[in-house]
Design a protein around this ligand. Structure first.
Ligand code: NDP
Length: 497
């Protein structure tokens, strides 16, 4: 008998390939029973509170302040004072030091933040650990690098800070959206009043601890928690000079109407209904991975999710077959388990919205496929779903579901693919799968989407601008484009731009 045979002889043959539980410990996180608002570097006692939950089992995690107009007023006052009393006139190299410090502390405390993000938001720990946290730190590093080079970023335009930025963020990437908003604002010399989403306030509140650790001057960043009314109070506050909003198109439109004529600057990052287009010459197995990543990453709670798959007719059947068998391998369950691919839906309200739209898909005549998977009894869950036999007019092909639900459509020619991909009020992102570089460029030029990924999907980098066309909003985040909305320029003052 050879050595090899002997080894094979002894090797246990697994009876099945299911993974053993691999829970990440939550001991690293200390959650307070009650949180106030972080204003002027102090914790302000809230006049009212609400309970924030863990979507995986509805455990109450903490009581959190329900921000009133008075709280917002105090936060804006603190931000104005910090702006006037030194932050805006601090040399860029000094501001950069604070941003570098924040970035490094986020890296050092990344496991703590990742666990808290998954607990409060429901996303798989491997995503918060490997995507949200590294990217959040990378945004602070990146904009720290620009803080002392604004003159080079915008040559001959003499960039100056705007003042107080009001920032309102959603629940799908709580800490990452905070980083997208706060890092460029501070790098350009502004101060901030930020409101996290009602369902996911905890990492923003833990971030206040990072601000203290970094010894950021009081009032430069103020965090007020609450619901849409708190957000509206920030939008309406006369002491705020710029609003940066990420969220639904509906609320984005309402904010734009309220700001009309006020002179406040505005950037909106809203919804999407991205087309992921697969040509018959693409590497199908890779495309399947891209499709899965495109729509099941973060339970589909992604504004740029590839929620419409366009398959070229000649490969429609093998593609859907491969996709369905891949879906069977997705592990749905505890967000804190390191093997989990699809975690919990963020809130009961979002679950009901997904269920309503999926029912509409069934009623309109689409064919549903869900892999066999046992969902936990407590908490908010939805199985990965694929709809075939979808017409373009169906609600599931038109409306943002914001859940793990994919609609599959077909096309024959590149022209038809472009026309169908653009047939949506949104224009945030798109994906193209083909082996031909010339076809990628041809498609990218014709698609009305802020980002077009080629043979990949959901790739993010702080140096790369992100944002939409049409009802997906305006303004860009990331890169120099993301710095610009936080600056005022002498040329725009002179010419009234
Ligand atoms: P919203 O647009 O309501 O929420 C985004 C943020 O705005 C939250 O912080 C929210 O507070 C706040 N807000 C709500 N109303 C107002 C207002 N009138 N003025 C100022 N701020 C306000 O999104 P939802 O959470 O309700 O999600 C609804 C749908 O929006 C989802 O199903 C999804 O389709 C889409 N969505 C898109 C996102 C994207 O990135 N493009 C992100 C999130 C949602 P509060 O949390 O208290 O509601």
């Amino acid at each position: 008998m050879t050595d090899l045979d002997r080894k094979q002889d002894r090797a246990p043959i697994p009876r099945d390939w299911t993974y053993a539980p691999a829970p990440e410990s939550r001991d690293i996180v200390r959650i307070a029973e009650r949180y106030g608002h972080y204003i002027g570097g102090e914790w302000l006692e809230p006049s009212a509170t609400y309970r924030t939950l863990a979507p995986r089992d509805e455990e109450v995690l903490a009581e959190v302040g329900e921000g009133t107009a008075e709280d917002v007023d105090a936060a804006v006052e603190a931000a104005r004072a910090a702006f006037a009393n030194g932050w805006s006139s601090l040399p860029g190299s000094e501001r950069a030091k604070y941003l570098f410090r924040i970035a490094r502390i986020l890296q050092e405390r990344s496991r703590e933040f990742a666990v808290l993000e998954s607990l409060n938001g429901g996303k798989p720990i491997k995503e918060s650990r490997d995507v949200d946290l590294p990217l959040a730190a990378a945004h602070f590093f990146y904009y720290a690098g620009w803080a002392d080079k604004l003159e080079y970023a915008f040559p001959n335009r003499r960039p100056k800070p705007i003042g107080v930025a009001g920032q309102i963020i959603p629940w799908n990437f709580p800490l990452l959206m905070l980083a997208w908003k706060i890092a460029p604002a501070l790098a350009a010399g502004n101060t901030v009043v930020l409101k996290p989403a009602e369902t996911t306030p905890l990492t923003a509140l833990l971030f206040c601890d990072v601000l203290r650790q970094a010894e950021l001057p009081a009032g430069v960043v103020n965090i007020v928690t609450g619901d849409g009314r708190t957000g509206a109070a920030i939008v309406d506050h006369p002491g705020v000079d710029k609003i940066a909003f990420t969220g639904s198109t509906e609320v984005g439109k309402a904010i734009q109407r309220r700001l009309a004529g006020t002179g406040k600057k505005l950037t909106l990052e809203l919804g999407g209904k991205a087309a992921n287009i697969v040509f018959d010459d693409s590497a199908l197995d890779q495309a399947v991975e891209g499709i899965v990543n495109g729509i099941y990453f973060n339970q589909g709670h992604v504004c740029c999710a590839g929620s419409r798959l366009f398959a070229q007719e000649s490969i429609y059947e093998p593609l859907v077959e491969k996709l369905k068998s891949r879906l069977e391998t997705l592990r749905v369950g505890d967000p804190l388990d390191k093997n989990t691919d699809v975690g919990a839906i963020n809130s009961r309200m979002q679950l009901e919205k997904i269920e309503e739209l999926v029912q509409a898909g069934r009623d309109e005549g689409a064919e549903i496929y869900q892999p066999p998977c046992r969902l936990p009894e407590k908490g908010y869950w939805f199985a990965p779903t694929v709809f075939t036999n979808v017409a373009q007019s169906y609600r599931i092909a038109q409306e943002e579901i914001f859940g793990p639900v994919l609609s599959v459509l077909t096309f024959r020619t590149p022209e038809e693919a472009v026309e169908k991909a653009n047939n949506t009020p949104y224009g945030l992102s798109a994906g193209v799968w083909t082996e031909k570089g010339s076809r990628i460029l041809w498609m990218a030029q014709r698609m009305r989407a802020g980002v077009v990924w080629a043979n990949t999907f959901n790739r993010f980098d702080p140096t790369s601008p992100f944002g939409g066309y049409k009802e997906s909003g305006f303004g860009r985040e990331g890169g120099l484009h993301g710095l610009e909305p936080y600056c005022s320029f002498e040329d725009s003052e002179t010419f009234g731009g």
